[in-house]
Each structure stands twice: as C-alpha cells, then as structure tokens.
Ligand binder design. Sequence first.
Ligand code: NAP
Ligand code: F7E
Length: 352
Amino acid sequence: MSKNKVALIFGITGQDGSYLSEYLLKKNYIVHGVIRRSSSFNTGRIDHIYQDPHKKKRNLILHYGDITDSISVSSLIKKILPHEIYNLAAQSHVAVSFEVPEYTANADAIGTLRILEAIRFHKLQSRTRFYQAGTSEMYGKVKETPQNEYTSFYPRSPYGVAKVYAHWITVNYREAYKIFACNGILFNHESPRRGGTFVTKKIVNGLCRIKKGLQKTLYLGNLEAKRDWGHAKDYAVAMWKILQKREPDDFVIATGVQLTVKEFVNLVLKELKIDYLWKGKGLSSRCFIKGTKNKIISIDKNYFRPLEVDTLLGNSKKARRELKWKPKYNVKSMIKEMVYEELNSLKDDKKN
Ligand code: NAP
Ligand code: F7E
C-alpha cells in the first residue's frame, strides 16, 4: 500500500485548484481532480502538471464528474477513498449568480451537501477530512469591520446566499456526524491565473493591452467598492494548513489591507508607467492618459450589480496564531507579478 496521502479536489481546473494541486504534489500527495466535460479544453491552468494516463505510476489523476451530479460525486469518493477532500468547485462569479441563481444554488450550496453526504454514507468519517471554500461574500452588508470568524453573515447575492448554506451544512455535518469538516472563509484572492471576468484580471489585461496599443478603452463598473485582495498561491497554503489541525475548525484568511477598485487601477497604471488623470465621479468617471484626449477607462453601468458589497476587510488573526499562516505577497508584489505575466502572454499572443 502506498504511504502517500491521497487528496481529491473538486474544482481542480480553477485558479485555486491549480495552485493547491501544485502545492500538494510538492508534498508528495497523490492528487485526484474532478474535471467537467466541456466543448473546448478547460485544463489550461493544470496542463503544466498533467501526467500521461498511460504512465504506470502517476500522482495526478483526473476524473470526469460534476458537483451537481450526486452519483458521480458519491462514486468518485467511494472509489478514491481520499484522506482529504477540497471542495473548490463553484459557480464563483458574483454578478453571474444573479443571472443563474438556481444553478448557483445547486452547485455552490447543494454541491457541498452532496460531498458531505457521500462521506457520511460511505462511513469515511475516520479517514476523510473535508475543506469547504467559504467566502467573504457571506459577510455582504457587513455587520462590523474588520470581519472575523464571529462576524454575522448578511449575503448580498445568490452566490453569497448559497455559500452561507454551504458554510452551515459543513458545521452541521461536523457536529452531527463527527466529520473533520472545516470552512476557510477566504477574502478575494487573485493571481495571473485569475479568470478574465474578475475585476483585477480584467484591469491588468485591459491596461496591458492599452499599453501595447492593442486596445483603446477599458470599461468598468463600480470603482468605489473596497476589497481585501491577497494572492491565490498564499491562500492555497492556508487551505492545506486548515486540514492539518488537530481539531476541525473555521478560519478567516485575509491580508488585512483594503483598497478600492479605483486604487487598484491606479497601482496597475503606476506599474505600467502610464501617466494618468481622472475626471468626473460615479457613472461619469473617466481616466485619460495625462496631457492627451486618450480616454483609457470609462464606466459601463451594465457592470454594476443589482446589489453591491461595498466594503470587505478581513481579520485573520486566528489563522496567523493557530495555523502560523502568513501571506508572502502583498497587493503591490501581486500586481507586479500579474502585470509581468500579462505582458509576457501578450507577447506570446502576438507571435501566434
Ligand atoms: P474558479 O477559478 O471560478 O474555479 C472554479 C472551479 O469550479 C473550476 O474548476 C470549475 O470548473 C469548477 N466548477 C464549477 N462548476 C462546477 C460543477 N458544476 N461541477 C464541478 N466543478 C465545477 O474559482 P476560484 O477563484 O479558483 O475559487 C475556488 C473556490 O473558492 C470557489 O468555490 C469560490 O467560490 C471560492 N472562493 C474564491 C475566492 C476568490 O477570491 N478567488 C474567494 C473566496 C472563495 P471549470 O474550469 O470547468 O469551469
Ligand atoms: O468584483 C467591482 C465589483 O468580480 C470585485 C469572487 O472570487 O471574490 C470574488 O467576488 C469588485 C466588485 O469579485 C467591475 O462590483 C467594478 O465590487 O472581481 P469581482 P467579487 O465580486 O468581490 C469573492 C471573495 C468570491 O468569493 C467570489 O467567488 O469590483 N467591479 N467593475 C467589477 N467587477 C467585475 N467583475 N467587472 C467589472 O468590470
């Protein structure tokens, strides 16, 4: 029997899944990942660690499955008998959750229940630890600042509401069935691998393209929202640490530093050495290249949500104390990396 620990990641093809699988492979885990059938390849973020299925010995094994399909969830868990399950699978876009609320609830809320039920049904309580990808969006219309593990939830989107269910069902199965089930309450985390429709990646991509003369204007929504932005690589480490505790528990993971979307834009502009000038406020805000009429940022009200989460700021003292977790990146070093990688990928695009 192999001595390696076995992990199963739902959502391995996403931003966090890719960093977590790299981290676990370095720790000699056998990593199983669930991928969805898609009409085009969706494994871009994990292609660099992909292993040929014809190889006899592999430590990364991919399976088709879907978090909305109880049978696939249950049979994968029974077949793999993982020591650790990370549930990162979700319809993770807040604005999109207003467009597909029922699917979001099915995947993000009931998907979590499906995994917990499979652990219980197959009597894996003594073997399998479970991590749930919770979110600062559960705090929504915040009850206090900064937010910690005791702050009440007040979600402001179908996404946030679904994640609150997932949070409490994780606590419920921990208490009712003694499953080692934990919630990480992670604040926004970004990276060069962030999906292109999230604001940080959209800003970096748009402004790099403008710098290279490939695009004229970037359209954004609410510039006043405040977020606590960390790096996904640091947050993947926290996920693993949460499952290594002696007792299951819930942890806030955050940097403790808050910026508005506009301040994030300004840092990217500085990193790109673009001299800029803002004019107007709210919907008529616009940004020019200083001394010119080149409007590089404009507001499109279609990017506003039916409800906004105005401000999020995390207090991760508990994780820093009990998990000895500390981020290596700050927002400036993260932006530097995102800009560098974006400019490189634009170079590659030009070659093709
Ligand atoms: P992401 O890049 O959107 O990745 C989501 C992953 O879930 C992808 O692998 C996606 O597969 C998969 N997925 C979606 N629906 C699925 C389904 N029905 N069945 C199976 N897999 C499905 O998200 P992320 O940024 O890595 O975030 C990971 C988790 O943390 C999510 O649960 C998210 O809600 C949560 N979270 C994220 C943040 C953040 O700031 N990034 C903060 C707090 C919590 P495809 O590649 O096929 O689409
Ligand atoms: O928006 C504003 C927008 O979509 C951030 C997910 O990973 O983090 C993420 O959710 C802010 C919001 O992330 C645009 O209104 C302005 O206030 O990048 P975002 P999010 O909604 O905070 C949490 C923690 C998660 O759990 C989620 O899974 O930026 N904003 N202009 C814009 N947002 C987008 N997407 N696009 C814009 O053009």
